[in-house]
Design a protein around this ligand. Structure first.
Ligand code: NAP
Length: 304
């Protein structure tokens, strides 16, 4: 019997593990891929406080993982497929085993959204990518496109510009959603060409991407652009599909919680990007994780 099982080892889950470990709760973290989560798709973290030089995302997450393991928290690589309740507690089912816990923190983050255009599915891994940090070196000296106007699209366009000859930044409006500091940086980079008011109609290529068709949403004109890679950053969807009807979600699938990160089910808490909230950053994920673990301690005391 665990005191708490934490599902997902991104910044929210690892911080929850840190606080639970320090409170000497019997804690297990289950992670389907590897510790770090979505943030591993980024190169540097520039807005995490306390660093004069921005740390590499990979290093920051490795340090968080080591810190948590150092407190005796167990971390296993298993994918959770379901959660149910019986008289002994909450049963967490993975592809390998079932475990019983008095409480659960769901910190599963989110998955990239697809554009849903012709050629996208067919050419994934053949020029269509959702991770510039992973794939940029494959496009050295080539022409690529980034789709989206948020923080992620802009950060990834800047990263790609270090490798590629030219980066088109295709956005459906004429103002970027990204933070001002990133906007200034991207618009001042002469390797990056913004393509405003435009959406992708089709990604072309047989065995690999060779271009795309863009449509200007104002003039309705279509044009072909030659490129070898299309990097898609049109937002993220919470990875809460496996929860079915377990806890209350909003219309986008984000988990609803109160200020204590408690869901509508007693003993089930949520933290990080999978939760309905206003700001999704590493620092707010860490804050959620700390709050959830703190409130779980109170919850466990109330059970006794
Ligand atoms: P996001 O902020 O939701 O931005 C998605 C972008 O894609 C928007 O520009 C949106 O256009 C565009 N878009 C959405 N659907 C589209 C479609 N079907 N076709 C074309 N364009 C489409 O997503 P994100 O950039 O992945 O960021 C997610 C969260 O993580 C945000 O809260 C962000 O602040 C945070 N984040 C922070 C940092 C950082 O602090 N350094 C880095 C990365 C991410 P519109 O603008 O017209 O809606």
């Amino acid at each position: 019997m665990y005191d708490v099982v934490i599902i997902g080892a991104g910044p929210a889950g690892l911080t929850a593990g840190l606080y639970a470990g320090r409170s000497k709760l019997k804690t297990l973290i289950l992670e389907k891929i590897s510790c770090g989560g979505q943030i591993l798709l980024t190169e540097y973290i520039e807005n995490y406080p306390g660093f004069k030089e921005p740390p590499l995302a990979r290093d920051l997450m490795l340090d968080m993982e080591k810190q948590v393991k150092g407190l005796g928290v167990e971390i296993l690589q298993e994918e959770v497929s379901g959660i149910k309740k019986d008289e002994s507690g909450w049963i967490v089912k993975t592809d390998i085993a079932e475990r019983i816990s008095k409480s659960i923190i769901i910190s599963v983050g989110s998955d990239p959204k697809r554009l849903g255009v012709e050629g996208e599915d067919l050419l994934i891994g053949k020029g269509v990518s959702y991770c510039a940090t992973c794939d940029a070196p494959l496009f050295r000296g080539k022409q690529v496109a980034v789709i989206g106007g948020g923080d992620t699209a802009v950060e990834e366009a800047l990263y790609l510009a270090k490798f590629c000859e030219k980066v088109f930044l295709v956005h459906r409006r004429d103002t970027l959603r990204a933070a001002e500091i990133l906007r200034e940086r991207v618009l001042g980079n002469d390797k990056i060409t913004p393509v405003w008011d435009s959406v992708v109609v089709k990604i072309s290529g047989k065995d690999k991407v060779d271009g795309m068709v863009l449509k200007n949403v104002k003039t309705k004109k279509e044009e072909n652009i030659r490129c070898s890679g299309v990097f898609i950053y049109v937002g993220r969807a919470p990875a809460t599909g496996f929860l079915a009807d377990l806890v209350k979600l909003d219309e986008h699938g984000h988990i609803l919680t109160d200020e204590c990160m408690q869901t509508n089910k007693k003993g089930i808490f949520a933290a990080g990007d999978c939760r309905q909230k206003i700001l999704r950053q590493v620092v707010t994920a860490c804050s959620d994780g700390a709050t959830a673990a703190f409130c779980i301690q109170r919850y466990l005391e109330s059970l006794n």
